[in-house]
Design a protein around this ligand. Sequence first.
Ligand code: THU
Length: 137
Amino acid sequence: MAETEPDLDALFAVAKAAQRQAYAPYSRFRVGAALLADDGAIYAGCNVENASYAVGACAEAGAISAMIAGGGRAIRAVLVLGDGEALVTPCGACRQRIREFATPETPILIAGPEGVRARFSLAELLPASFGPANLPA
Ligand code: THU
């Protein structure tokens, strides 16, 4: 079954706007995330750090919270945007957070300030993953 391609320009614009709102006074590394959900909406998140460093939250976690609160129930695509030379791929914990609402085929787009730099499937970033179907109904 052919899936509709996500609107990358729209995802990028939403992630860029969220990145500007990031609260990252400690790392100074601002991240924005945008999720295309099953309801057709795009949900945004940014990293929110904390003086108690370990309590800080990633942009992806915020976007997932926004999706659930807004009524979305499945992730169709993810775009993560950060500065610097290296690809800002989701951390391990966020890969698992995404997994809860996505499939192994869900595209994860990694962007820098200039645009999308790389595209992965969730399975490439989190192979042989554990998900909701692993638990008894
Ligand atoms: N960060 C994210 O928000 N998402 C990622 O995919 C990578 C890292 C945040 C966490 C922390 O606030 C800052 O970037 C530096 O690690």
